[in-house]
Design a protein around this ligand. Structure first.
Ligand code: NAD
Length: 495
């Protein structure tokens, strides 16, 4: 498969002829050759998005028509789901079940965006602020402009959807850069956008590494940056966008606390805790990687947890029953193994796993055992994001201690509370400094609700009305309800 750049509605080769290979994390086999955007390609993509933004075809398109396009994208994703699932499994190391869920969720997301576009109110009279005989006040919303959107490798199609959906719903245009590890599904998405008739230049999709991302977000014609990735790169982006005061939303890393209270129903809390840190081999930003368990049920919980963890089938992603596949790359594998060694050297008690899987089917892939440590808040893995199948478990006595442990982090992306008493759980949840809290649940998101982080987990939100607002500028329109000069006493300040 050749993955080309999608610029101004056409599929193009890299103008510098830079072509690299993407590999299957399960076995190292070649998946695709992808073209890397040169500086010229990046500039062409931004110019085409800029032209498309001002082109009457897009600028004056009705919200109804935008909504129809979004719905058509949703339908096409469903039509091509088998093909997308197959390529996503190989390109990103997703298990069959995860890839199917991603494709389903992305199609559903575009459908929700279609409804959002149809119902978007772009001109609102404010009755409170308006006063008869004095002024009529409106909030008018306008698309923010040309966006630069940079996404990571863990949920490639979902991330592309979360970025492109609001662009189309609000009348913006974009250049989206995929991660180099996982360019494939966005390429199919580009074909779909072309097929359903998204006007040329409205969405451009390119691939490349950090340099491509940096050049793209720093382009003077970019009005908004939407970035998903690590907190360290988020910091670099903030420095670079300061040059042009480019408005930015950042969805960054996490070290989320998953709190199990004494009265938790262990028939769901144990599986929930495993799902929280092992889904997609722990490569989810909201993973519950700090597991806080109350002392009254600690022993019982741990005995069930260590029994149940053995039921997770770690296997190459060609196995449709794999519960956990590889991690994305050799680089990621090395990072995870070094955190495991560091935790051991810091005195963390290894309860389960801890090793790379290298024999038989695992030979050419990047596999790590599900790994659990008993740790305290001084251990490095209590503080730093690993992005792998590793959990740090900490015992606590009181709910106040749980809150203090949970909030002892510079991250604040997600977290959960497990308890049969929803009132107690809600009370605790309200004290967590984090953007999403689940009660007796984990990982599930709702496109109608905001997702994003407190503290260094990000700036702004995706999804929900907050996510849409990030793609709109607001104009206050002041209309005088007093056209009589004699009543405009404030002019007299001059005369
Ligand atoms: P990363 O930050 O290394 O890279 C993310 C993207 O940014 C890639 O496309 C990369 O090429 C690009 N990039 C790298 N350096 C750049 C720079 N200086 N300027 C512009 N672009 C640059 O992250 P990753 O390793 O791909 O993904 C894992 C990270 O993403 C984790 O920290 C995870 O928590 C985070 N993440 C967050 C969310 C969220 O919604 N909060 C969702 C998914 C992943």
């Amino acid at each position: 498969m050749d993955i080309l750049l999608f610029i101004n509605g056409e599929f193009k080769k890299s103008s510098d002829n830079i072509v690299r290979v993407s590999k299957d994390p399960s076995n190292g086999a070649e998946v695709a050759h992808y073209h890397v955007a040169s500086s010229k390609d990046i500039n062409d993509a931004v110019e085409s998005a800029h032209q498309a933004f001002y082109d009457p075809t897009w600028k004056n398109m009705t919200q109804e028509k935008r909504a129809d396009l979004l719905l058509a994208i949703s339908e096409k994703i469903k039509e091509r789901s088998k093909e997308i699932v197959e390529i996503e499994i190989k390109d990103s190391g997703s298990t069959m079940r995860k890839a199917k869920a991603d494709v389903h969720n992305t199609a559903a997301f575009f459908k929700v965006m279609s409804k959002v576009a149809r119902e978007l109110v772009l001109n609102e009279k404010d009755e409170q602020a308006s006063r008869a005989g004095f002024s009529i006040n409106y909030r008018q919303y306008a698309p923010i402009g040309v966006c630069a959107q940079v996404i990571p490798w863990n949920f490639p199609l979902v991330m592309a959807g979360w970025k492109i959906g609001p662009v189309l719903a609000t009348g913006c245009t974009t250049v989206l850069k995929t991660a180099e590890e996982t360019p494939a599904s966005a390429f199919i998405l580009a074909q779909i956008l072309k097929e359903v008739g998204v006007p040329n230049g409205v969405v451009n999709i390119i691939t490349g590494g950090a340099d491509v991302g940096r050049t793209l977000i720093s382009h003077p014609k970019i009005s908004k940056v939407a970035f998903t990735g690590s907190t360290n790169v988020g910091k670099d982006i903030l420095k670079n966008v300061s040059q042009n005061i480019t408005k930015s939303t950042l969805e960054l890393g996490g070290k989320s606390a998953n709190i199990v209270l004494n009265d938790a129903d262990l028939s769901i809390a144990v599986d929930g805790a495993l799902y929280a840190f092992l889904y997609h081999s722990g490569q989810a930003c909201d993973s519950g990687t700090r597991l806080l368990v109350q002392e009254g049920i600690f022993d019982e919980f741990m005995s069930l947890f260590l029994k149940r963890i053995k039921d997770i089938k770690v296997a190459p992603t060609s196995d449709a029953n794999a519960g956990m596949g590889p991690v994305v790359s050799e680089k990621q594998l090395k990072t995870i193994l070094s955190y495991i060694e560091k935790t051991k050297s810091e005195g963390g008690e290894l309860l389960y796993g801890g090793k790379q899987l290298i024999d038989g089917d695992f030979k050419n892939g990047y596999f790590v055992e599900p790994t659990a440590f008993l740790i305290n808040q001084n251990h490095t893995i209590f503080k730093e994001e690993i992005f792998g199948p590793v959990v740090g478990i900490t015992k606590f006595k009181t709910t106040d201690e749980a809150i203090s442990l949970a909030n002892n982090s510079h991250y604040g992306l997600a977290g959960a509370v497990w308890s049969k008493n929803h009132e107690t759980a809600r009370e605790l949840a309200s004290k967590l400094e984090t953007g999403t809290v689940w009660i007796n649940e984990y990982h599930l998101l709702n496109p109608g609700m905001p997702f994003g982080g407190f503290k260094q987990s990000g700036i702004g939100r995706e999804m929900g009305k907050e996510g849409i607002m990030a793609y709109l500028e607001v104009r206050h329109l002041w209309e005088s309800d007093c056209d009589d000069r004699a009543k405009k006493m404030w002019f007299d300040a001059l005369f």
